[in-house]
Ligand binder design. Structure first.
Ligand code: XMP
Length: 513
């Protein structure tokens, strides 16, 4: 095992992710718990993450000294480098040269295995820096092997003790060869064989769920999205009928969505599933409400009400399972207490666990979206399901700008299905992060046959993205768009004009509300 000691960097999880990509299992432990974890785990290597602190602050976080005496390879990244330098007798200078963003480092010595086959002496490479302090004197036994104008001691190496440290972040994509350098550390230096797989993750996750849940009852809100679906199937493998899924159909779902979900989970997987038909309730409460935030709040509150009601009907539960992913978790290490966790409010069934006195089970917390998809495949979920575009909790309500009504939702459902169908046929579905239609409250004039029409405008949206945080509009071929528009106007009653959204994020968001 590999131990990652977290000093509170926003990108610590990326280290774990890169190592997983190399087939190595790691555990992330906040620095406060590192000493015990190190003893218990006896890891084969240690990585020290970045973090917001300065080693000059009082009570600055440091690594447990034992890691330097155990004869295991250690890699320090950013703050991890500074902590390591400070602890091993080097010098760290306080932050007058704040540096953030792209920088170039030049390799001065390529005899270290860290650079093997990746970086060459005398050449310069782009890296991602984010630091205030910097190392000015390496500890004894270390030599400087790469340098940058702002951080002359950019990489230090002690090949004998197998200690390495970099001032820049290796784990982010903005350091293009970072993953290869990490691989050198993990494979060549630490000697991991790289045989860990998603199957192993699945087995470990199942064990963890069983240990956490015991004989308790678990309830899971199933939305039909990839995350909650994978969580549900994983839980079912772990605890069988101790799990009940609740699927709330709020009438804001895509065409045939409810049928597909119910069929897959109830018939195919045989997972106990409560299918709640709550369309009337939701649409009644939403009637006439046109403020986007109000719409979201109404939907969120009703969802909890309905979910709670159903949960009570089946006799309650001890645990609430959620498909929370790592990017949904903004995790930071507080220096006084334990790690503090905030979850984006729209991503979970907020408020329910306390209200119903349930504990949370979140088996996907460490994973990124594409890893969840891989886990889904491992669990045998059909490819069309695993590869689905994200779909927001408030559903089509936020794709009907203004007030929501059933007739509009029906038009939207049909148009959206045609659009997605054409995208699939064109082989573009997997290239696009998310695509959907939006129905505008505006009507415009058209002519069909010999008659005048006065119908809704439909917006089409498609974006590429890696995490939904930023996005570019997808540059469809105009012929394709023309074809989709023709099909929609011919086949869907109520639409006579189609427009395409060419806004990126930022400044736009992906959804229109
Ligand atoms: P925006 O529109 O903020 O969306 O650029 C980014 C991603 O998040 C999804 N999204 C939501 N997902 N509940 C969800 O579960 C929500 O309230 C919500 N709002 C946006 C959106 O579909 C996109 O993938």
């Amino acid at each position: 095992k590999l131990l990652i000691i977290d000093f509170g960097s926003q990108v610590t999880q990326l280290i774990a992710r890169r190592v997983r990509e190399d087939g190595v299992y790691s555990e992330i432990v906040p620095f406060q718990k590192a000493e015990d974890a190190f003893k218990a785990m006896q890891p084969k290597a240690v990585i020290l993450s970045g973090g917001p602190a300065s080693v000059h602050e009082q009570g600055a976080p440091l690594a447990p000294p034992a890691i330097y005496d155990a004869g295991v390879p250690v890699l320090g990244i950013c703050y991890g480098e500074q902590a390591m330098a400070q602890q091993l007798g080097g010098k760290v200078e306080g932050g007058h040269h704040r540096e953030f963003g792209r920088a170039e480092v030049t390799v001065t010595d390529d005899t270290t295995p860290l650079f093997d086959g990746v970086w060459e002496k005398g050449k310069s490479y782009p890296v991602w820096m984010s630091h205030g302090d910097r190392v000015t004197v390496p500890p004894e036994g270390f030599r400087t092997v790469a340098t940058s104008p702002n951080a002359p001691i950019a990489v230090i190496a002690d090949d004998k003790r197998k200690f390495y440290a970099t001032q820049f972040h290796l784990e982010v994509v903005h350091t293009p060869q970072g993953a290869a350098l990490l691989r050198n550390f993990v494979r060549k230096i630490a000697g991991f064989t790289g045989d860990w797989t998603m199957r192993a993750f699945k087995e470990e996750a199942i064990e963890k769920i069983r240990a956490q849940v015991g004989k308790g009852r678990v309830i899971c809100g199933l939305s039909g999205g990839v995350d909650s679906s994978v969580a549900a199937v994983l839980l079912h493998e772990a605890i069988g009928d101790q799990l009940t899924c609740v699927f709330v159909d709020h009438g804001l779902l895509r065409l045939n969505e409810a049928e597909t979900v119910v069929q897959l989970f109830r018939d195919h997987y045989n997972i106990p599933l409560v299918h709640v038909q709550a369309e009337d309730l939701f649409l009644k409460e939403l009637a006439g409400v046109d403020d986007p935030e109000k719409k979201r709040k109404i939907i969120g509150k009703l969802f909890i009400d309905v979910f709670e009601q159903e949960a009570r009907k089946i006799g309650g539960a001890d645990f609430l399972a959620q498909g929370t992913l790592y990017p949904d978790v903004i995790e930071s290490v507080s220096f006084t207490g334990g790690p503090s966790v905030t979850i984006k409010s729209h991503h979970n069934v907020g408020g329910l666990p306390e209200r119903m006195n349930m504990k949370l089970v979140e088996p996907l917390r460490e994973l990124f979206k594409d890893e969840v998809r891989e886990l889904g495949r491992e669990l045998g979920l059909p490819e069309v399901f695993v590869g689905r575009h994200p779909f927001p909790g408030p559903g089509l309500a936020i794709r009907c700008p203004g007030a929501v009504s059933k007739p509009q939702l029906d038009i939207l459902r049909q148009a959206d299905a045609i659009y997605i169908d054409e995208i699939r046929k064109a082989g573009l579905y997997d290239t696009i992060w998310q695509a959907f239609a939006v129905i505008l409250p505006v009507k415009t004039v058209g002519v069909m046959g010999d008659g005048r029409t006065y119908e809704h405008v439909l917006g089409l949206r498609a974006v590429t993205s890696t995490d939904g945080m930023t996005a570019d509009f997808y540059p469809f071929d105009m012929k394709f768009l023309g074809h989709v528009a023709t099909r929609i106007i011919n086949e869907v009653k109520g639409v006579n004009r189609v427009v395409y959204d060419v806004t990126s994020k930022p400044p736009g968001t992906i959804e229109w509300e």
